[in-house]
Design a protein around this ligand. Structure first.
Ligand code: 21W
Length: 259
């Protein structure tokens, strides 16, 4: 939770170096004291829109204690707190041992928990998957920092295995944060109606059309005339065409995939 708050807040301010997050125990609850550069405080509190909504989403995630981080080593029983071991049959690297993982999941899960393994061999995490996860009461994300999992973790412990994309990371920590960010913004009340609206446009399966703001001409680069015309039907049509063209060029997979 602390790392997550720090990560998101640092992304919002002009002086990320000055951001600190300190847990404060208070009446059995953990509050997080957030410190940042004075000029950033003004900006975050004063600004409507994305920033303030991101903060609201954070405070709600925090207030509801919706996020907890667990250390696998706390579920070991040997003096070295061993969580990994060499693969049978040989080969490079280490595997996460089944015993601590099973013990951790069995202790942490409830009747409604969905257990998700994070790994590059998983099913691709996409917006529809995020929507599906947002419906769940309780998610338990397992992220390994090793070469892999004992196969029995896959077959007998996890409900699902997810990857965030086709590139190799060092471990599952960033994928876990990506999934938490993507799913929590879909939770009711976390981002108002915005999330569902933006989300909606994503599910139409087209990339965004080009957008411009003032000035109408910048360093000789002009905003397309139609956008300045006030012709709303014309603007609609142009945007649809642009979105289609852009999608055809950059992401043809989105077009043959859906509808
Ligand atoms: C990277 C784990 C490569 C395993 C047999 C022997 C979680 C991830 C991860 C990592 C390997 C995600 C091998 C996108 C990611 C993650 C660490 C494979 C090769 N097999 N989404 N040697 N990309 N990555 N080991 O890397 O844990 S979700």
């Amino acid at each position: 939770m602390q790392a997550f708050l720090e990560y998101v807040v640092k992304g919002l301010v002009d002086r990320p170096d000055a951001v600190t997050v300190t847990p404060v125990e208070q009446g059995g609850q953990t509050l997080f004291e957030l410190r940042m550069h004075p000029t950033d405080v003004g900006k975050i509190i004063g600004k409507q829109g994305a920033t303030i909504q991101a903060i609201r989403s954070l405070t709600q995630v925090g207030a509801a204690k919706r996020l907890r981080i667990h250390n696998l080593r706390d579920y070991t029983h040997d003096r070295h707190r061993t969580v990994d071991d060499r693969p049978f049959g040989g080969g490079p690297g280490m595997l996460l041992k089944p015993e601590p993982l099973f013990e951790a999941v069995e202790q942490l899960k409830t009747a409604t928990t969905r257990v998700i393994l994070l790994g590059p061999a998983g099913r691709k995490f996409t917006q529809p998957v995020a929507r599906e996860l947002a419906q769940q009461e309780h998610l338990l994300l397992i992220c390994g920092s090793y070469e892999g999992y004992d196969e029995r973790v896959r077959t007998a412990l996890a409900h699902d295995e997810l990857s965030i994309g086709d590139y190799v990371l060092t471990n599952g920590a960033l994928p876990a944060m990506v999934i938490v960010d993507c799913v929590t913004r879909l939770l009711p009340g976390v981002l108002g109606d915005d999330a569902s609206a933006t989300d909606e446009s994503f599910s139409h399966g087209l990339l965004e059309y080009p957008q411009y703001t003032r000035p109408a001409e910048f360093r000789g680069l002009k905003v397309p005339d139609v956008l300045l015309s006030g012709n709303h039907a014309g603007i609609e049509k142009w945007r649809r065409e642009q979105a289609l063209q852009r999608t055809r060029e950059r992401r043809p997979d989105l077009l043959d995939g859906q509808k």
